[in-house]
Design a protein around this ligand. Structure first.
Ligand code: PNS
Length: 164
């Protein structure tokens, strides 16, 4: 039986930390489906279609077992639609732990057949977040080491320098 995992997130936008987790997860599972949450209640910087496209471009060289989909509703339902038994999440620091624990327990309570697997974020990306990358880009800072190339280009277009 093939091992299928989903890697859900807002990815607004994808960072190098996300990309690193996706790369490693792709080697652990037969199929990895990156799920980009479409949450109508939130106003993301990038529309969900653009977030999906940027991730597709960023994982293009990962091999054939990674795909990217937009989803809404529950992550466990998204996992089940894809036949996935696992949810992959990255953990950067202790500060991530409580919220992730709560999510993992909630998801397990909702669907016992789906388990959460955590990968520790790479040391060099442990400080990173989508919010931080957006702020740096907004004020004209260099984001080349924080986000994949397609994201850096989109940030430059979407967030022209505010201050010099
Ligand atoms: O990148 P993020 O914002 O940390 O990702 C959070 C995400 C998308 C994984 C989480 O909000 C989620 O699973 N949302 C879907 C709704 C859901 O399933 N809620 C119950 C589990 S917490």
């Amino acid at each position: 039986m093939s091992r299928i995992a989903v890697f859900p997130g807002s990815f607004d936008p994808m960072t190098m930390a996300h990309l690193d987790v996706a790369r490693r997860a792709a080697t652990l599972f037969d199929r990895l489906v990156i799920g980009v949450l479409h949450n109508p209640k939130k106003a993301p910087l990038f529309p969900v279609e653009q977030r999906v496209e940027m991730i597709r471009a960023s994982v293009a060289d990962f091999g054939g077992n990674v795909e990217v989909q937009a989803f809404d509703g529950l992550t466990v339902a998204f996992a089940q639609r894809n036949g996935a038994g696992f949810i992959v999440r990255g953990l950067r620091a202790v500060s991530d732990f409580e919220a992730e624990l709560q999510m993992a327990h909630t998801n397990r309570r909702l669907e016992r057949s789906v388990d959460t697997v955590f990968l520790m974020s790479a040391l060099e990306f442990g400080y990173l977040s989508s919010t931080l990358a957006k702020e740096v880009a907004q004020f004209g800072g260099e984001v080349a080491e924080m986000v994949p190339v397609p994201v850096a280009a989109a940030l430059a277009e979407r967030l022209p320098r505010e201050a010099t």
